[in-house]
Write a protein of this length. Structure first.
Length: 229
């Protein structure tokens, strides 16, 4: 017989659990790297309980992703070289929130044209997440885009890794199987595809409107943890 598990130490009903902003006072901050898309800094943080700790963090721009589904629920995936991991990864359309004052939805619409040459008539918020909350301020919102159509003029010519972006239309359940088998491992692919599968199982009732609150983004902006702001 297995031993009894210890009781939960958090008193609330699990149905009430929410991630919540809780900034701690920064006693000192030292820039370590000034980059093109993100910076790295070293903060001395007062945890408020008598402890002071030193933490390095990447100050990121933030990003959006797009799970684009056609009329038969095939998801558009793009093959792109990712230099930090030295891999060619299959990912949905995605892009940095690096245009000043551009709203996240507008960024998603722009990236869908730039990377796939597509427009979408129907947009919803699918899922939000923090990619590496232990080391980076990057927060990411993934939209679901449906009712797709070719953009006038098609996909513009890209530069660098975006010059050649092979695409594949993958049935959603097949993309899910690739993720679960470890054949597709990019976080935006895994989270976006699995979230789309879960949302479809709920007959899309879990989708949120495009203006749904994004507390994590608001927090990193307010607390000066967004590159270029």
């Amino acid at each position: 017989m297995s031993a009894a598990l210890p009781p939960a130490s958090w008193p609330e009903d699990p149905a009430l659990l929410r991630d919540a902003p809780a900034p701690r006072r920064i006693v000192d901050s030292e820039p370590l790297v000034q980059g093109r898309v993100w910076d790295v800094r070293r903060d001395t943080v007062d945890l408020g309980d008598g402890q002071t700790v030193v933490r390095d963090l990447m100050v990121h721009t933030g990003a959006v992703g797009v799970i684009a589904l056609d009329a038969t629920d095939r998801v558009l995936l793009i093959r792109q070289y990712r230099h930090p991991v030295a891999m060619m990864l299959w990912e949905p359309v995605a892009g940095l929130l690096d245009v000043p004052d551009e709203a996240p939805l507008d960024c998603a619409r722009r990236e869908l044209v730039e990377e796939a040459g597509l427009l979408a008539a129907q947009w919803s918020v699918l899922v939000d997440f923090e990619t590496t909350p232990g080391g980076s301020s990057e927060v990411l919102r993934v939209y679901l885009a449906r009712e797709l159509a070719p953009a006038p003029g098609g996909r513009p010519v890209g530069e660098g890794e975006e010059r050649d972006l092979p695409t594949a239309w993958v049935p959603l359940e097949q993309a899910r199987d690739h993720v679960l088998a470890g054949r597709m491992t990019a976080p935006i692919t895994a989270i976006g595809v699995l979230a789309a599968c879960a949302a479809r199982e709920q007959e899309w009732r879990t989708l949120r409107p495009t203006d749904a609150p994004w507390p994590a983004r608001a927090t990193v902006v307010d607390e000066g943890r967004v590159f270029g702001r």
